[in-house]
Design a protein around this ligand. Structure first.
Ligand SMILES: Nc1ncnc2c1ncn2[C@@H]1O[C@H](COP(=O)(O)OP(=O)(O)O)[C@@H](O)[C@H]1O
Ligand SMILES: [Mg+2]
Length: 385
């Protein structure tokens, strides 16, 4: 009677981190223990179409899955992405039609597609960034009453919004750099006051980023007034609220957290970006020579402090399941600053989150087991069992 747990892996999404999500999802699908789980894959296109996908797992990372999954697509030829049929509404420059059905319908139809007629036991939303890591999908799954891996609506939304995360970190007493938040409206009508505030409070260089950013998209370093205006312009392309932050001349240290009510922190790792800072290319370009060092070479008391801060940050934002908490350790003073918390960190087999657990004695497959267990546990608690 040992039935396998049916896991829906949701990937892609309407996010600047769509590609990264596909690669993460491929690793998750490849590493799920087949004797315990049956994986059902559901891709979300950049246009927001939900497509059940039964094809080869290797085609997630390359993006070829979409041509196979799209209804009516030429399966045999496996059309490249650029030749995909236009989405309704896209040709007139308007927003493409969203084909999002209520959650239950989507998930039930996926199950039917597989022909087994059984319900999905748990969803693993392997989605990074907006429309996935920000509480939106989590809300849908809550409404549908389906257990899912990771943080709930609040934790996901707080982790995604760098400004509100900072407010809560401050309340929790976690050390962080100085910051200011500005709206697009302020930028449009009162740029002078923004420039004065940044120069008075933060000075140069400073960092500018959309409140809701990921993968360093829209993140820029400003060294003078001209650079600040340029960086703000760029950041406001991605969000109507933007943060300006004090520049921290720090080493980039990351810590993985796992659990629900009693989360635990892994050992810590260091990123050595190959560019001036850890920008999109330094993270993902094929030519990137950025390095990951595990464990980070830091004094033991600094490591312990980071692990303690990581757990406190996780609890303060009401996270569940997993999160990667990122820090700066000042190159000169050794002071620790929290930078951000990611509720669905990169999950490829070479990503920092699983690598840190591997170094702490938990393999990638065991990590998946644990995350699914935590998802079911949390759902059970919510239901009062
Ligand atoms: N205040 C800062 N001081 C120094 N470097 C920063 C600062 N904020 C961001 N960075 C650099 O930019 C990168 C991306 O910024 P981050 O806030 O982590 O956004 P994302 O969510 O896109 O990863 C960081 O990894 C770091 O290299
Ligand atoms: Mg980051």
């Amino acid at each position: 009677m040992n039935e396998r747990i049916r896991v829906a892996i949701v990937f892609g999404g309407q996010s600047t981190e769509h590609e990264v999500s596909r690669v993460s999802a491929q690793s998750v699908a490849e590493n799920l223990d087949k004797s315990k789980y049956e994986a059902v894959m559901v891709g979300i296109t950049r246009e927001g179409r939900w497509l059940p996908y039964n094809g080869p797992v290797e085609k997630l990372g390359t993006g070829e899955w979409e041509a196979i999954a799209l209804p009516g697509a030429d399966k045999a030829r496996g059309l490249p992405e650029k030749n995909l049929p236009e989405m309704d509404g896209a040709e007139d420059g308007g927003l493409p039609t969203r084909e999002i059905d209520p959650a239950r319908e989507i998930l039930v139809s996926v199950v039917e597609e597989k022909g087994a007629g059984k319900k999905i036991d748990v969803v693993f939303p392997v989605l990074h960034g907006l429309n996935g890591e920000d509480g939106t999908i989590q809300g849908l799954l809550e409404l549908a009453g389906i257990p899912y891996v990771g943080s709930g609506v609040l934790g996901s939304a707080l982790g995604m919004d760098k400004y509100y995360a900072k407010i809560i970190f401050e309340k929790e007493g976690l050390p962080q750099g100085k910051y200011l938040m500005f709206t697009r409206r302020q930028f449009d009508v009162d740029l002078d006051s923004i420039l004065t505030q940044v120069e008075d409070v933060l000075g140069y260089p400073c960092f500018v980023k959309p409140c809701n950013s990921g993968s360093s998209v829209g993140v820029g370093k400003a060294c003078d007034r001209e650079g600040l205006i340029f960086a703000m312009h760029d950041a406001f392309k991605y969000d109507k609220r933007v943060l300006a932050e004090e520049f921290i001349d720090g080493r980039e240290i990351e810590c993985s957290v796992l659990g629900n009510d009693d989360p635990v922190a892994s050992t810590v790792g260091e990123i050595i970006p190959c560019n001036e800072f850890y920008d999109y290319d330094a993270k993902y370009s094929a030519n990137s020579t950025s390095q990951i060092i595990i464990p980070a070479q830091l004094p033991e008391n600094t490591v312990q402090r980071i692990r303690e801060y990581a757990v406190r940050a996780f609890k303060a934002l009401d996270c569940a399941g997993l999160a990667r908490v990122d820090f700066f350790v000042h190159k000169k003073t050794g002071a620790v600053y929290i930078n951000e918390l990611n509720t669905m960190p990169g999950f490829t087999s070479i990503s920092m989150y699983p690598k840190l657990w591997e170094a702490s004695g938990i393999s990638y497959s065991e990590l998946l087991d644990r995350l699914i267990e935590l998802a079911l546990e949390r759902h059970g608690e919510k239901m009062g069992f």
